[in-house]
Design a protein around this ligand. Sequence first.
Ligand code: AMP
Length: 426
Amino acid sequence: MEVFVVGGGGREHALVWKIAQSPLVERIYCTPGNAGIGGMAQCLDIGVTDLEGLCQFAVDYGIDLTVVGPELPLTLGIVDRLESRGLRAFGASQAASEIEGSKVFCKDLLRRHGIPTASYEVFQARDEAAEYIRSKEGPIVVKADGLAAGKGVIVAQTQREALEALDRIMVAKEFGRAGDRVIVEECLMGEEASFLAFTDGETVLPMASSQDHKRILDDDEGPNTGGMGAYSPAPVVTEEVHQKIVDRIMIPAIQGMAAEGRPYRGVLYGGLMIEDGEPSVLEFNARFGDPEAQPILVRMKSDIVPILIACMDGTLKGAEIEWDSREAVCVVMASQGYPGSYKKGHLIEGLNEAISMDDVVVFHAGTTSKGEKILTNGGRVLGVTGLGHGVSEAIQKAYQAVERIRWEGVYYRRDIGKKALDRLGS
Ligand code: AMP
């Protein structure tokens, strides 16, 4: 098979790495890819939102399966476009990916189908939203409706902060049209976890649980990022919690989408809050999470390709995934300054040393190659995943590898996995 992967971050490197292990696959193409992906796939220069360019490539090169990583091409309808040309594409359709593209759609879907989530109100007018906020006490969550690269959610500690957030979204238009509508939402307490599942629109096949680290600084301080590390499994998702998530959240969501004429095929990612063993939905994403995909795919023992195909062909029933019983911890190495401005083009050293370690996998995100050299080329640069018997060993493995890698201005959190250790120790 010829496979085409769309995207160029750590998630896509993990996907390419996993797909490359399948005996069914002869060749992989990826756009735009990165220096790491370039070692196992042919990288192209087609923009991920250039739907016509992507389709034309898939047609011209006889691609058997296109796998779409990021949300933007999904919400623009890349999967529908490829399917209309008779090509198989893994990912949510445009109608289905609205679950991520519009937070209002997502919240209303949850409400319509009785799926647990924070109570909320939706506003189109700034003054009405402000009046509502004034009737509430902090903390309050204010969310822009549309896609805002993970930045359109503000957890405001006070009423004043919430009003400021509202003005950033609706008056200053910091997130553009994504801020045409806002959601003002109850702030949930508890511990977050990510729960990803494959689905063909009927059957839900859960992946191993995971937990992200969204803030830039240790102890979950500082601004939100795309994700600074992740581990799998997440101890907060006990067997009992896992079953509740499947029965009360994932299955009703998939059935609800089907009943509303938006059959959902692909990966459904639930961003969840778990308080006293009770899960609620913070958001749904229509794709693999990044960095969660990295530790999850490193632990996946089964061939991923038949599963991707079964999702799109509606034949997922009866499929199973075998998991490595070891824990995986992924530490993201970033450029100094991220998530704000940062410099690119620094020489990365020590990569080969890290890669040669047992039970360590290094995925590239923002990297580029210049001859034999690998240079930084983004905010999140590398994801270093360590496998171990127990979280503690996995953390050790990951950081031993991280310490071998260096460039000018490298930054990473030192506490990835600590929450899992604390929970297991308690
Ligand atoms: P979202 O993009 O909706 O997942 O929001 C991004 C982050 O904001 C989440 O990972 C949570 O940390 C936080 N968040 C969102 N909604 C809530 C809520 N209702 N209560 C508490 N925290 C929230």
